[in-house]
Design a protein around this ligand. Structure first.
Ligand SMILES: [Mn+2]
Length: 313
């Protein structure tokens, strides 16, 4: 049995969609596969998406099972049910572990910069020549994952392949015409109804070599200004419990910008080394918006281009 799974701490819509749609493809091709996860969906899996009732399998992996990782390649973040020695395939678009997996798996490691891992899964369906057989549900999940991970096609990692995949999938998915706005408004409602758990559900502890603040939370909403106006004191309070070196990236889809919150000059300076920002009372705005994985790439590149003792600021 192939177990299609993803990260440990949460399932975003991309991971969620990839697990289900890739398991569906393998089963269609006669390869027994199950979508399995011990992580919970985060706020990017909106009410309407949950209503599509895509099901993960209640399955406990056995000793013969092999693991296929989607939307994750950093083995420190794998779902705890994964046995790293029995990972046979990786489909991911996060930087940092390409070399490790290329050495271990060769061409079975498909890790590349692209807007959404869902686009990579779409391409598997396309290459297999079976797109007409994709379920309406999987098409809708993959399309929504592409919308979310590309920030409605404004994210820097968006490629023509993401747009091609989305265009094809929406024609199969029977989504309403204003689905992008509806989807991102639903995500914002999820976030506002439980801010603390939304922050916890999309946050990461960053390693020193990332050159980023130690605690990095991110949320994607339709209208960041409205969210911050209502909830900034609560957000500051919650983040402060994670230490003094933190960053929150609130991505505002409607106006194509990121609002960064960072409390201290130390955290602000870490970011300023990667891109110039104008901080005003702990807030900096950047257009177009940026994703955490884009900042991580800048941070890792900055680290590899100069020896540690040549960093003077
Ligand atoms: Mn992703």
């Amino acid at each position: 049995m192939k177990i299609i799974t993803s990260g440990a701490s949460y399932l975003d819509i991309d991971a969620y969609a990839c697990c289900i749609a890739y398991a569906e493809l393998l089963n269609l091709q006669g390869v027994p596969a199950r979508a399995v996860s011990s992580a919970q969906p985060n706020v990017s899996v909106s009410q309407t998406v949950l209503g599509w009732a895509a099901a993960f399998d209640d399955y406990l992996p056995t000793l013969d099972d092999e693991f296929v990782m989607v939307d994750v390649s950093d083995y420190y973040h794998f779902d705890p049910l994964v046995v790293r020695e029995r990972v046979v395939e990786i489909i991911d678009h996060h930087p940092g572990y390409e070399h490790y997996w290329a050495q271990k798996l060769g061409s079975a490691a498909d890790i590349r910069p692209i807007g959404a891992a869902a686009t990579q899964v779409f391409q598997r369906w396309q290459t297999a020549g079976v797109l007409p057989q994709i379920s309406v549900q999987s098409a809708a999940l993959l399309a929504t994952a592409i919308l979310d991970n590309t920030l409605n096609f404004t994210g820097q990692m968006t490629t023509p392949a993401d747009i091609e995949a989305y265009t094809d999938l929406t024609s199969r998915a029977k989504l309403p015409a204003d689905w992008p706005r509806q989807y991102f408004l639903e995500c914002q409602a999820n976030i506002e109804s439980n801010l603390g758990s939304a922050l916890a559900a999309d946050s990461k502890r960053m390693k020193p070599e990332s050159n980023l603040p130690g605690f990095f939370a991110q949320m994607t909403v339709w209208d960041a200004d409205a969210l911050l106006q209502k909830h900034r004191p609560m957000i500051n309070g919650w983040m402060a419990q994670q230490g003094d070196d933190w960053l929150l990236n609130v991505i505002s889809i409607r106006d194509h910008k990121s609002c960064f919150l960072a409390p201290t000059e130390v955290s602000q300076q870490k970011l300023n080394r990667l891109l110039p920002l104008d901080w005003q009372a702990g807030l900096a705005v950047r257009a177009p918006s940026m994703l955490r994985k884009e900042l991580l790439k800048l941070g890792l590149d900055a680290g590899s281009h100069c020896a540690p003792n040549s960093i003077v600021q």
